[in-house]
Design a protein around this ligand. Structure first.
Ligand SMILES: [Mg+2]
Length: 185
């Protein structure tokens, strides 16, 4: 077993920063509406890309993010079970998330230069996962799940429990739920 993880919306929780930035731009969102697959239904793409660049590339705003509930505990439990873990993220400027992970104790403890990969496109996410030999991948975007064809076990992180189950992937609502389903109990 080799498990790959997406970063944003899986390990990093941008809910608060998205709420604040969206409000400044005139959008009063609920926390549920900040999920990657929901916010794009509400906020036009050019405005959304401004919000994304702020939370991803502005070092001060990036530090307002939180860790997802249960992420550290779960990564720790995988580490103690000697399960190889990998990070495959579509960030253009990895220094900002690396600094965030350092500040939160995730880097280099769980992720580091050896097991973390920053790619440009969804297709590259799939090819990187294939190259590593990832058997399981956890991501919060359905368009990524759909493209990760070379990963045998795809897990869709639906943290606000908004969707039904679908074919070709396993839906999980929390880190605890993910570990349960990975281990099959
Ligand atoms: Mg994501």
């Amino acid at each position: 077993m080799k498990i790959g993880f997406d970063l944003d919306g899986v390990i990093i929780d941008h809910t608060d920063s998205k709420l604040i930035l969206a409000k400044r731009l005139g959008y009063d969102l609920t926390p549920q509406q900040t999920a990657s697959d929901e916010i794009q239904k509400i906020i036009p793409s050019e405005i959304l890309s401004n919000i994304r660049s702020a939370i991803y590339d502005d070092a001060d705003i990036a530090m307002l993010a939180n860790l997802m509930t249960g992420a550290v505990e779960s990564l720790d439990s995988l580490k103690k079970s000697f399960v190889p873990i990998f990070l495959v993220s579509r960030r253009h400027n990895p220094n900002v998330p690396i600094d965030f992970m350092k500040a939160k104790g995730l880097w280099p403890e769980y992720f580091n230069a050896e097991n973390s990969f920053f790619v440009a496109t969804v297709a590259e996410k799939n090819s990187k996962a294939k190259e590593i030999g990832v058997t399981h991948f956890l991501d919060d975007e359905m368009n990524v799940i759909e493209v990760l064809k070379d990963v045998p076990n795809r897990f869709y992180f639906d943290r606000f429990n908004l969707c039904g189950d679908g074919d070709g992937y396993t839906r999980v609502v929390s880190w605890e739920d993910f570990l349960k389903k990975v281990y099959g109990y």
